[in-house]
Structure formats: structure tokens, C-alpha cells
Design a protein around this ligand. Structure first.
Ligand code: GAP
Length: 446
């Protein structure tokens, strides 16, 4: 993880928030490569959910919601972590993340000092809205701890405006906030993060079938993204782990450098949320099933909930490779390479003139200009060509185009592949179609 954190900073993927003030824990900033990667992961997921499904539509709901939302959702009552403090060294722990005997014997796992009893700590960030005094309880508002609720409260609007019929889904990507007690392991668990959530509304009695179907689809999604599948596994929540809303839940776990950890959750939220919103809002949230004699019922909800920022960390870990390369006759030469799938790589193609002089730079600019409408491009003319390839390898750029003297003579360029380091020569005019084809047929081999 140290290597990945340092590469992420050095190459401008992720910076610590407010670093010049000593940093803000639980918050991170995404630099030029990081924001491109994040946007591409989001776009890829969005495409998977909306473009590739007739019956899934999108939504972008507000982060600030009516406070009753969180009473209805159960978050005010139940969205808590068990907390203990060491009276001696002042360290703070989640009681469920330290050995149980430390909690029962009230013994600090770090210094052996005395621990406090377990307190429930609500993870929602609370703030105030409007020009009232901050101690006024009437103006409390929360930063949403999950994007899902914005979907539930809009479910009727979407049925009506888009004439949706069960089963159908609503997808959303957005920020969520949790006052996490422990924020370590880089961007794995942060106080401000992004989620990619999809809520699938189904007829009661079909929920188990749809739950299994979405488990399959989400597994296939990571396969398509080229993730090392041996680093993924399912974990079913035991009764003691199930969230207050869940009837059944499975996590897709990834083998991060610090061990197997949750990447995404697939949840059968049953009728919990819509029933609660019916009770708290007084609005009828039943679905009228025209295909079943206008029967009225509350649909079941199957949720797929992935962290966007956590997926970014997963992809950084999954793509990271150090490889011995003897291409310059130097047996000890290593390269660091990020083997991103081309659909999520921050830069798709870099154009590199062999030399700045003799009109090669101008020619390379011209070739880049022809590609940039369709691809995320970069241009680099500084330093030896080998070093420039290494820089692109480290950024995860799958393709480099080299412009040399032959380009001047006959218009051909060299296309270099990041993973194999193989090169092919082709006419300029064939570059864009070839890149489209390479992206479409990409298979990770290493
Ligand atoms: N709507 C359901 C829900 O929020 P969750 O298991 O609490 O379920 C879903 O969160 C996903 O959101 C997790 O699998 C993880 O990828 C991401 N996530 C949750 N808390 C996070 C945090 N503090 N920092 C980064 N990502 C987080």
C-alpha cells in the first residue's frame, strides 16, 4: 500500500486533503490523473447500468435531504459504530475491530491501559441549515450517509414521469459522508467518499431470484473490467453483520494489500425502506400493478452498492505491477506499470515525437489533434523516448504513438502497447480505427 500511496501522490492521482495545513484525516483530493480515472470508472459503471439496460434510469438527488428521511431510513437510530477509548493513551477504537477480550477485560490493545465501556456513535455528519443559532435543534440537517435514500424518495416521481414498470432500476452516483472512527489504509475508508448505487424494484416473491441475478451481473462486471478474479470473493453477511434494512446481503471482497476487504455490497433490502417512508411521510408508495389486475403492493428492493473511490483504490492495487525489463540489455532494469483496462485508464493514448527538432514535434501535435476528439490524449516531448514510455507505463497509458523520421517520409507511425511493450508500424489514417478495435478487444494478459 505504501508503494501505491507514494505512486498516487508522485504522479498526481491522489493527494492528502489540506496538506499544507498538516492534512485533514478522512478526506482526499484527486489530482489530474486521479480525477480522470475516477470519472472514467463512474462513466463505465453508468454505461453498464443505464446504457446497457432498458429498464434502468438515472437520478442525481441532493445530498441534503429532509431530516425525516433519516428517521424513516433508520439511520438516526441504527447507523452507529460501537466505540471505546483508552483512558491512558487516548486511542480510539471500534469495539468490533479489536480482539473481543480487550473489550470484555477493558484493556487497550495498544498500551494495555484501561478502556472505557462501549458507546454507540452515530456516523452521520450533522449540521445546521438556515440563519438560526447552532444550538437550535429545529434546523438540524444531515449529510447523506448513502445515496440510496434519494432514490427511494423519488421512486414515485420516476414511475410517473418515465412510466416505469416493475422490475426496474434507478442508478445514482454521488457523494456520501460518514464520520468514520478509523480512517486508515489510504482512501479505503474515508469520511467523504463517492458511491455508485443502483436500486432495483421488483415484485414481492421475485426478490430472491433478482438478488441472485444481480449477484451474477456484478461479478461479471468486474470480469469485464479485467480485474484479477482470483482476488475477488463473496462474503455473505451473518445475522450479526446484516444492516438494519437487509434481509440478505453479500459483499464482493477484494484482496487489498491489507487483506480481504469489502468492495461492493449486494443487498436484499426487502420492503423496509419504502414501508418506512410510507409510514413517516404519510404518502402512499405502493405500486399499482397493471399487469396483475391493478394489485397494489410495496415492491422489494435489490441494491447494488459500490464505492467509487474504493473501486479506484481497488483498480490502482489491481493494476499495479513491477516488471523486470531487459529491453535495453540491462538485466536489472525494472518498470512500474499500471495495467488499467483502456476504458478506465486516465490517458488512452500518448503521442511522443522521437525528437523535438526537424518538424517532428509539429507533426506529433498534428497527430494528437486528430485523436483528441475521440480519445483522452497526452503529449510528451521531454527526455529520452525510453524514459517517456516508462512515465506513461506508470500512469497506466495503454497506447503510445511515436512519431519519427519515417513519419515525415511516409506518414506511418509506431503504436506501442503498454502491457507487452510490442510495437507495430501503421499508417496514420489507420491509427484511430486500430485504437477503437484494441480498446474493444482488450484482454489483460499479465
Ligand atoms: N446503500 C448501502 C450502503 O451504503 P454500505 O455497505 O454501507 O452500503 C456500500 O456501503 C459501499 O460504499 C461499500 O461497499 C464501500 O465500497 C463504500 N463505502 C462505504 N463506506 C465507505 C467509506 N467510509 N469510505 C469509502 N467507501 C465507503
Amino acid at each position: 500500500m505504501e508503494k501505491i500511496t507514494s505512486l498516487a501522490k508522485r504522479r498526481g492521482f491522489v493527494f492528502q486533503s489540506s496538506e499544507i495545513y498538516g492534512g485533514q484525516s478522512g478526506a482526499w483530493d484527486y489530482g489530474p490523473l486521479g480525477v480522470e480515472l475516477k470519472n472514467r470508472i463512474a462513466r463505465n459503471w453508468w454505461k453498464e447500468m443505464t446504457q446497457l439496460h432498458d429498464e434502468i434510469v438515472g437520478l442525481d438527488a441532493a445530498i441534503l435531504m429532509h431530516p425525516r428521511t433519516w428517521e424513516a431510513s433508520g439511520h438516526i437510530e441504527n447507523f452507529t459504530d460501537p466505540l471505546v477509548d483508552c483512558k491512558k493513551c487516548k486511542a480510539r477504537f471500534r469495539a468490533d475491530q479489536i480482539p473481543p477480550e480487550c473489550v470484555s477485560e477493558k484493556k487497550c490493545p495498544e498500551c494495555g491501559g484501561e478502556l472505557t465501556g462501549v458507546r454507540k456513535f452515530n456516523l452521520m455528519f450533522k449540521t445546521h441549515i438556515g440563519p438560526l443559532e447552532s444550538n437550535d435543534e429545529s434546523n438540524i440537517i444531515y449529510l447523506r450517509p448513502e445515496t440510496a435514500q434519494g432514490i427511494y424518495v423519488n421512486y414515485k416521481n420516476i414511475i410517473q414521469s418515465n412510466r416505469m414498470k416493475l422490475p426496474f432500476g434507478i442508478a445514482q452516483i454521488g457523494k456520501a459522508f460518514r464520520n468514520e472512527i478509523v480512517t486508515k489504509n489510504f482512501i479505503f475508508r474515508t469520511c467523504e467518499f463517492e458511491q455508485m448505487e443502483m436500486q432495483y424494484f421488483v415484485k414481492p416473491g421475485t426478490d430472491v431470484e433478482w438478488f441472485n441475478e444481480w449477484k451474477k451481473r456484478r461479478w461479471a462486471y468486474y470480469e469485464k473490467l479485467g480485474v484479477k478474479m482470483e482476488r475477488l470473493r463473496w462474503h455473505q453477511h451473518g445475522a450479526d453483520e446484516l444492516a438494519h434494512y437487509a434481509k440478505d446481503a453479500y459483499d464482493i471482497e477484494y484482496l487489498f494489500p491489507m487483506g480481504w476487504k469489502e468492495l461492493e455490497g449486494v443487498h436484499n433490502r426487502s420492503q423496509y425502506d419504502l414501508t418506512r417512508h410510507t409510514d413517516y411521510s404519510g404518502k402512499d408508495l405502493q405500486y399499482i400493478d397493471q399487469d396483475d389486475g391493478n394489485r397494489k403492493y410495496i415492491p422489494f428492493i435489490i441494491e447494488t452498492s459500490a464505492g467509487l473511490t474504493r473501486t479506484l483504490l481497488m483498480l490502482l492495487c489491481d493494476a499495479y505491477d513491477e516488471e523486470k525489463v531487459a529491453d535495453k540489455g540491462n538485466e536489472d532494469d525494472y518498470r512500474t506499470v499500471l495495467r488499467f483496462h483502456p476504458t478506465v485508464a486516465p490517458i488512452t493514448v500518448a503521442v511522443l515525437p522521437l525528437q523535438k527538432k526537424d518538424g517532428l514535434a509539429e507533426l506529433a501535435h498534428d497527430i494528437r489533434a486528430a485523436l483528441r476528439e475521440d480519445f483522452a490524449t497526452d503529449y510528451d516531448q521531454g527526455g529520452a523516448i525510453g524514459r517517456r514510455y516508462r512515465r506513461q507505463d506508470e500512469a497506466g497509458t495503454p497506447f503510445c504513438v511515436t512519431v519519427d523520421y519515417e513519419t515525415k517520409e511516409n506518414g506511418s507511425v509506431t503504436l506501442r502497447f503498454r502491457d507487452s511493450m510490442n510495437q507495430v508500424r501503421l499508417p496514420r489514417a489507420e491509427l484511430a480505427p486500430r485504437l477503437f478495435q484494441e480498446i474493444k478487444t482488450y484482454k489483460r494478459t499479465k
